[in-house]
Design a protein around this ligand. Structure first.
Ligand code: UFG
Length: 337
């Protein structure tokens, strides 16, 4: 198959490009570098031996979408391109609705014009809100508490409406839990711009000496050690979940929403301890107040992905941490400009 990856040079997109190539598919990456760097393309060539087919463009740009869809024959698209920071979404809602929602509509319209109707959508466990009905199953009630979460839920609903209107549209929305890790080569990984908003990249920057200490956002949650519990999943497991989804769409058309997680909860303190052990460096920490909008615990019921896609995560926490550490210690300042 040839698959279009919007957001293809981003953290999850770049790892998925490798997984698709490893599975024998061809990829075209489409990205505006709003949250990634051109150096990713060199690194992908080094890892795969393949020069990536690449378009530098914005997913809200209908003419650019028409160009790529005219020039290549696609079997489907995986739509990653969207901004993804909760705090920024509260400060800049229009940026989120334009790029997250209108960008998705622009892509789907372009796909319709070119008769490509298989799409895998990058959704998030954020759509479960603060639900404490663990493990989280796909039919749990949805609840969104910030514009970022709303963009994800709105796009899922747009895709459901589209499939309803025309069953030729085949859709899988993948609800990611907490993606971490990096390719074992140490050549690609997560490279957030500015101060990382998420735990793992922040921890990695403390370990490498870029930041003095990790702030632990609350140790008084009703969890075994009082810190927040999440379902961390290796980005390569996540990438392989996308391959399984896009392959499934070819054989079994329909609309589905599927969790991608491990089903295991890990606390902030457990993650810090794992990092200290694997990296062999102490991580200074300081407990501060809870972060607004955070819940105590979230982990997936991952059985639907196993049942429908034949996919389960195989990489454990030590492997996630070792791969993050290799990436961060080889690239302390992230990708070169
Ligand atoms: N945490 C800290 N210190 C930090 C950062 C995070 O203690 O500097 C804690 C948080 O309180 C939480 C855990 O680490 O308990 C994980 O926090 P992240 O920010 O890494 O991840 P979240 O679970 O809050 O959010 C992630 C994504 C969201 C997505 C959500 C879906 O960042 O985009 O998962 O469940 F919506």
């Amino acid at each position: 198959m040839r698959i279009l990856l919007t957001g293809g040079t981003g953290y999850i997109g770049s790892h998925t490009a490798i997984a698709l190539i490893d599975a024998g598919h061809e990829v075209t990456l489409f990205d505006n570098f709003s949250n990634s760097k051109p150096a990713v393309l060199d690194r992908l060539r080094e890892i795969t031996g393949v020069t990536m087919d690449f378009y530098e463009a914005d997913v809200t740009d209908a003419a650019a979408l028409d160009r790529v869809l005219n020039e290549r024959a696609f079997d489907g698209a995986i739509h990653f391109a969207a901004p993804k920071a909760v705090g920024e979404s509260i400060a800049r809602p229009l940026h989120y609705y334009k790029n997250g929602v209108a960008g998705t509509v622009a892509l789907l319209q372009a796909m319709e014009r070119h008769d490509v109707r298989n799409v895998v959508y990058s959704s998030s466990a954020t759509v479960y809100g603060m639900s404490d009905d663990l493990p989280l199953q796909e039919d749990a009630p949805t609840e969104v508490i910030n514009p970022y979460g709303r963009t994800k839920l709105m796009c899922e609903e747009i895709l459901a409406d589209l499939h309803q209107s025309d069953p030729r549209w085949n859709v899988i929305a993948l609800r990611y839990f907490n993606p971490v890790g990096a390719h074992p080569s140490g050549l690609i990984g997560e490279d957030p711009q500015g101060v990382p908003a998420n735990l793992m990249p922040f921890l990695a920057q403390v370990a490498v000496g870029r930041r003095p200490s990790l702030h632990i956002f609350g140790d008084d949650y009703p969890t075994p050690d009082g810190t927040g519990v999440r379902d961390y999943i290796h980005v390569l497991d996540l990438a392989e979940g996308h391959v399984a989804a896009v392959e499934h769409l070819q054989q079994s058309p329909g609309f589905d929403v599927i969790n991608l997680g491990t089903g295991n909860g890990v606390s902030v303190l457990e993650l810090v301890a794992a990092f200290e052990q694997v990296a062999g460096v102490p991580i200074p920490t300081e407990v501060v107040g809870r972060r607004p909008g955070d819940g105590p615990a979230s982990w997936a019921d991952a059985s639907k992905a196993a049942r429908i896609l034949g996919w389960t995560a195989t990489r454990d926490l030590d492997e996630m941490v070792a791969d993050v550490w290799r990436w961060q210690s080889h690239n302390p300042d992230g990708y070169p400009d």
